[in-house]
Ligand binder design. Structure first.
Ligand code: ZN
Length: 479
């Protein structure tokens, strides 16, 4: 976050964001009450995710392959993605047929380089669609095993479904709303959205080789989207920009909840109102733990956070809670960490060491927390509970968890405002996504710390609040 001290200098990026906040974003379900036991209309399931056992491998020819596990996984994934498009492209785009990509190419970036798409693959840990020869290539030596180790086989499927999204885009051309001059952020957002289309189909049980649960399975996919985000500080206008985690997850979710036509609609206009990715600002602090990440136990920031929260929810008319440290001995709610809300006393108690752990980004190659915004959002979520109590909403159960995520998002939305003293910095929303996807996170938890089981629903509720504010949270997530 950035602390703004007595200055009112205009900031282009923030002004753009604020303009975005005032509008209803296409693709968000409007004024409809979600069933909290579902995710985008599907039951929340917790079963197995990954390759289906006993299904023969797809019969697609691959160049330069080694016949190993990673190539088999890639081929099965691409076969199913192509089956999806053969079925859905005609349905969505006026009967036009889907031509499978012409070449599939495997390579090992850790071995001798080969020439693919005018690129020498030595050291290139990547997967890509090449429009020069209509091919999809993947690195079986480094990228795929790394994704598989970190997030499971669905991470590999996610990346390849995204690449096939580019193939679809290229084949659709102007009918899909893109041409050579289209900025990369639009192409990447569409490809993420097309990947979401495919995963919806898989979640409905239609994929031959794969199955996915809408609970933990989709959480792993979203964690993969987080992993492949652009670094904080990247501008969305930069050629090659792929999007922040917040923006990428949104595109995937629009695809999961909508059809391919929805994805093809992603254009410059939509990007302007919805994309949050931005460069660092000169005022973003640098305390040596990553730009835009102040130390969360700095009392000046905690004071600004409290002020920011009071302002964000002022319209509710609720008496703000008081902050304490140490045990709260609450008679009517469980103690949660790093912050706890006690309804009986209207207090928030903070576990400072745990807050610092979450708020400290990892040093290179080491384990660590997430960042300042993850920590601040944890506190904000408990503050949001006090608002719900004052306005007569129940504080327990999944609807309370989602309402809390939405209201926390609404607070985050106010930190983009020009006059905000505690301002959102580049990377902050991605910290929120990371925290929301962690199963112990309070951002989408009720007063006792019970977390909504679907990470998908958690992130969606937070985004709803971020873009649409307080009013939508109480309407949409009224329970
Ligand atoms: Zn891409």
């Amino acid at each position: 976050m950035a602390r703004r001290v007595y200055t009112v200098a205009a900031l282009v990026a923030v002004a753009a964001l604020t303009a975005g906040c005032a509008q209803t974003v296409n693709g968000l379900p409007r004024a409809e009450k979600p069933d909290v036991s579902k995710v985008a209309g599907l039951d929340i399931t917790t079963g197995e995710s990954g390759p289906k056992p006993g299904v023969p491998d797809a019969d697609l020819s691959v160049e330069n392959g080694d016949g190993g596990e990673m190539d088999r996984l890639a081929i099965n994934a691409l076969a199913d993605v192509e089956e999806y498009w053969a079925e859905q492209l005609p349905k969505n785009f006026g009967g036009r047929g889907f031509e499978p990509v012409k070449r599939l190419v495997s390579y090992d970036s850790t071995g001798d380089g080969v020439e693919i798409c005018r690129t020498n693959t030595k050291g290139v840990a990547n997967a890509f669609y090449c429009s020069l020869d209509d091919s999809i290539a993947w690195d079986r030596g480094d990228l795929l095993p790394m994704l598989d180790d970190a997030f499971g086989p669905m991470a590999v499927v996610t990346v390849l479904a995204h690449e096939m999204g580019h193939a679809v885009q290229y084949k659709l051309g102007a009918d899909g709303g893109v041409n050579q001059a289209t900025p990369s952020i639009i192409k990447e957002q569409q490809a993420d959205c097309y990947a979401g289309n495919f995963f919806r189909w898989m979640a409905e049980g239609k994929s031959k080789h794969f199955r996915i649960s809408t609970g933990p399975g989709l959480n792993q996919v979203l964690a993969t989207m987080f992993f492949i985000r652009d670094a904080a500080g990247t501008s969305a206008e930069k050629q090659g920009a792929h999007g922040s985690a917040f923006d990428r997850v949104a595109a995937f979710q629009f695809g999961f909840g909508g059809d391919p036509k929805r994805c093809a609609e992603i254009d410059d206009q939509e990007i302007k109102t919805r994309i949050t990715q931005q460069k660092f600002d000169v005022k973003d602090v640098d305390t040596g733990q990553g730009k835009g990440n102040p130390k969360v136990d700095d009392q000046r920031y905690l004071d600004l956070l409290e002020e920011s929260l009071r302002n964000a929810y002022k319209q509710s008319g609720a008496t703000p809670p008081t902050f304490t440290s140490g045990d709260n001995n609450c008679p009517d709610a469980k103690e949660t960490t790093p912050a706890a809300y006690c309804p009986a006393t209207n207090t928030i108690s903070i576990d400072l060491p745990e807050l610092v752990r979450i708020g400290t980004p990892p040093k290179r190659g080491q384990k660590g927390g997430i960042g300042d915004f993850a920590a601040f959002a944890e506190i904000a979520s408990r503050f949001a509970l006090s608002i719900q109590k004052a306005t007569g909403y129940p504080l327990e159960g999944p609807a309370a968890g989602l309402r809390t995520a939405c209201l926390t998002g609404a607070w985050a939305g106010t930190t983009t405002e020009r006059a905000a003293k505690l301002r959102l910095s580049s990377g902050d929303l991605d910290e929120a996504v990371a925290e929301l996807l962690a199963d112990r996170s309070l951002i989408a938890a009720d007063v006792n710390g019970t977390v909504v089981p679907s990470g998908f629903a958690r992130v969606e509720a937070f985004r709803d609040g971020f873009f649409n504010g307080f009013g939508l949270c109480t309407r949409k997530y009224s329970g």
